[in-house]
Write a protein that binds this ligand. Structure first.
Ligand code: C2E
Ligand code: CA
Ligand code: CA
Length: 513
């Protein structure tokens, strides 16, 4: 640790040398930490596998400095008067896709990847740049240099790890995400590590593979997120959640075949909070189960009410990946359907393409249970994921929803139109119905109908609305939309088998002829 904060390989704008007193202090700190490490050795040896960096001076997996030793030395160098006038950057490196190495190849292979990564980092940064393994697949590097040199190093690290780690001719991990926090701009040594880690996580969320400087706005967002999570915890009991419904219209007849339930949150201070904002927070903070269960019960209740009133369209809910991984989701759905006297094939679960394509044991068995149950399955946001035809064939899906980004672009962008055409061809081959979502203009509608799309959904026909408004809209629809609506407004679509769709029209008893 004697060379801490004294880079040799990267160009430093203000290279710093330490006096004898500084060295003596740093060595004393190292000795203290080493003492603690010695005391912990017995325990660490008996631990089954060191998954985290230990509390001694050396990380037992990679041989790099441990996080504790790194932080102590960093604090000694920056947070005392010796830190005055110094500038530098803390790089926080997180491997992309490391979880899959551990899960798919075992922890021993995971450890090998960590060792190889440490070797690459040493190679890029040089022997004397201080670095540690912080936890799991995360590393911290300190560079005593100006901002541009720190950014250059971050770029070099990202490039060096971009192709993944090669071991015995096989490639593992998918690159790295790097956060950079600067001293003194971004705070004390402890804040630097946290803020560089925050920047790294922001890079990861955006897809990884690159580096980014810490942005204080991320912390503001995090505070807001925490507030939303706290309030969301109470939203169900305070009755602040509500479902709105948006119709799906059959292209050929312009009849309503189904409605999609979309969640709304009426926050007492923030007003309407969008599900795109709060669903990911609910997933992250362990609240999606309670919210998903509420949505399921509310949609089933409404579906039963409509059935009794003679409105015989299918009701769809959006099922998040977390719900699909829940053990009892299908069971809950089954007992809910039974309790409300609804047939499974009149109820749709919309599952995004990315979740459907995960193809893990958990999602596969969740799909199997939905198949056994006989509910209608729709693959949402289609075109945004990386579907393989083989996986799609295996899924018990009856419907594909073309993502609205393609619908929005298809009139002006040949690629988007080609994708829509390809999806329609593939769906036809697999016997799936195709719904186009986000239809906003007559030009889009006409093109989709001409291309053979089965159902349409979007603001052109109706915005999402309350259950009451749906019934009123339905009665008004013939005059406000098209004359073709009048003979039979709501069309019942009953799926007799997983791959064939048999349309059984019926009239709503409570609606005027
Ligand atoms: P999604 O499932 O793709 O839902 C379609 C979204 O597009 C809805 O936004 C809908 O209001 C909007 N939309 C419909 N027609 C048009 C159109 O013509 N133009 C445009 N620009 N937008 C249109 P919303 O309601 O804000 O929902 C956003 C997303 O939130 C949904 O995307 C879904 O992924 C998620 N979500 C909504 N409700 C739930 C729920 O109950 N559970 C879960 N897990 N996710 C939900
Ligand atoms: Ca949906
Ligand atoms: Ca969608």
């Amino acid at each position: 640790m004697g060379h801490f904060l004294r880079p040799r390989t990267m160009p430093a704008s203000s290279p710093t040398t330490f006096g004898p007193l500084t060295w003596a202090l740093l060595i004393a700190v190292a000795a203290l930490v080493a003492g603690v490490a010695w005391a912990l050795r017995g325990r660490l040896r008996s631990a089954p596998s060191p998954r985290r960096a230990d509390h001694g001076t050396i990380d037992p997996v990679t041989g790099l400095m441990s996080r504790a030793a790194f932080e102590v030395a960093l604090a000694q160098a920056l947070d005392t008067e010796r830190g005055e006038g110094r500038s530098g950057g803390l790089l926080y490196v997180g491997l992309d896709g490391f979880r899959l190495v551990n899960e798919g190849h075992g922890h021993a292979q995971g450890d090998k990847v960590l060792v190889a990564t440490a070797g690459t980092l040493r190679q890029v940064c040089g022997e004397r740049v201080p670095m540690c393994r912080c936890a799991g697949d995360e590393f911290a590097i300190w560079l005593n240099a100006d901002t541009s040199a720190c950014e250059l190093l971050a770029r070099r690290v990202a490039e060096a790890l971009a192709g993944g780690v090669e071991l015995d001719g096989q490639r593992f991990t998918a690159g790295a995400s790097i956060g950079l926090a600067l001293f003194p701009r971004h705070g004390t040594s402890a804040q630097l590590v946290l803020r560089a880690a925050t920047a790294m996580r922001a890079v990861k969320r955006a897809g990884g593979g690159t580096h980014a400087l810490f942005d204080p706005r991320i912390e503001t967002e995090q505070r807001e997120e925490l507030k939303i999570a706290q309030d969301l915890r109470l939203a169900v009991s305070r009755k602040e959640l509500e479902l709105v419904y948006q119709p799906k219209i059959e292209a050929a007849s312009l009849q309503v075949t189904a409605v999609e339930a979309l969640l709304r949150w009426k926050h007492p201070q923030l007003g309407m909070v969008s599900p795109t904002r709060f669903i990911p927070i609910a997933e992250k903070h362990g609240l999606i189960e309670a919210i998903g269960n509420w949505v399921l019960e509310a949609a089933l209740t409404q579906a039963a009410v409509w059935r009794k009133a003679g409105l015989r369209m299918r009701v769809a809910i959006n099922v998040s990946g977390f719900q699909m991984r829940q053990d009892d989701f299908a069971k809950r759905l089954q007992s809910g359907l039974r309790a409300h006297g609804l047939q499974p094939n009149r109820f749709t679960c919309e599952i995004t393409e990315s979740v459907a394509m995960e193809d893990t044991q958990v999602t596969r068995s969740a799909f199997d249970r939905l198949r056994e149950l006989g509910v209608h399955v729709s693959i949402d946001d289609f075109g945004t994921g990386h579907s393989s035809l083989a996986t799609l064939r295996r899924l018990p899906a009856q419907e594909i929803k073309i993502d609205r980004a393609f619908v929005a672009d298809m009139a002006t962008d040949a690629d988007a139109k080609a994708i829509v055409a390809a999806v329609l061809t593939m769906a036809r081959a697999l016997g799936l119905r195709v719904v186009a979502e986000g239809v906003e203009t007559p030009a889009q509608r006409d093109l989709l109908v001409q291309m053979g799309c089965d159902e349409l959904q979007g603001y052109l026909f109706a915005k999402p609305m309350s259950a009451r408004a749906i019934a009123l809209w339905a009665m008004d629809a013939p005059t406000s939309l098209a004359q073709t609506f009048s003979p039979s407004l709501f069309k019942d679509t009953a799926i007799t088998d997983a791959r064939s769709t048999e349309i059984m029209p019926s009239r709503p008893a409570s609606l005027p002829r």
